[in-house]
Design a binder for this molecule. Structure first.
Ligand SMILES: [Zn+2]
Length: 214
């Protein structure tokens, strides 16, 4: 019976409570209205407790190469390889500065007295730690042999075709490989070393050869 007919006082209290609640609710809805995403979202999604925690695909959609007889996709992969030049760092510093650096064995008892390019941290003959020596500019060499590269391997950042040249240098135990920037090579052709000092790549590509006319 009491439920059917509540006293006036209680009715008033109930009304006040309802109004107070309404005020609170109104206040609460204010920031929600400012967020268009929530405003537009359907009621069902609003009810979900952890909407922001949903897992999202953040990769790139792969391309399908073929579907028969099996599905084959193109899935690009890339990594950053952290590479140290270690004890050969002076060679690459030299290239940046426009110098060709070679190593020589300092061991007086060692039979190998010539210079090495590519450099060696240690003497291949006696294992002594090598010492550095800069070749004096201009570095003039002679083409020992050459190859036309039409299809370069992955990671060779040169436009093709290019001429890979093996160049004889006076006083060297080795015949280093590099590339001819322009011109057509022949065996015995004189070439001069040049350096990519303005925009170095910090790789062995920072030195190359150009035809040398006397
Ligand atoms: Zn040695």
């Amino acid at each position: 019976m009491a439920k059917k007919k509540a006293p006036i006082k209680k009715k008033k209290e109930a009304r006040d409570k309802a109004q107070a609640l309404k005020k609170v609710q109104t206040k609460k809805t204010v920031p929600i209205k400012k967020e268009p995403m929530k405003k537009k979202a359907p009621i069902k999604k609003k009810a979900e407790p952890k909407e922001k925690a949903q897992i999202k695909f953040i990769g790139q959609v792969t391309k399908i190469r073929q579907t028969e007889p099996a599905t084959v996709i193109e899935w690009p992969r890339a990594i950053t390889h952290i590479h140290t030049y270690g004890m050969l760092s002076p060679f690459f510093k030299g290239l940046r500065e426009g110098r060709l650096m070679a190593t020589r064995c300092p061991n007086v008892k060692c039979s190998e007295k010539r210079l090495w390019i590519p450099p060696r941290a240690h003497c291949p003959d006696c294992h002594a730690e090598m010492v550095w020596e800069a070749l004096s500019n201009p570095v003039i060499g002679k083409i020992h042999t050459f190859t036309e590269v039409v299809y370069a391997g992955t990671g060779i950042e040169l436009s093709t075709p290019y001429w890979q040249v093996d160049v004889e240098l006076p006083g060297l135990a080795t015949i280093p490989k590099s590339y001819l920037l322009y011109g057509k090579p022949y065996i015995g052709m004189k070439v001069k070393a040049e350096f990519r000092t303005k925009t170095p790549t910090h790789t062995v590509l920072d030195y190359y050869w150009v035809p040398y006319e006397q």
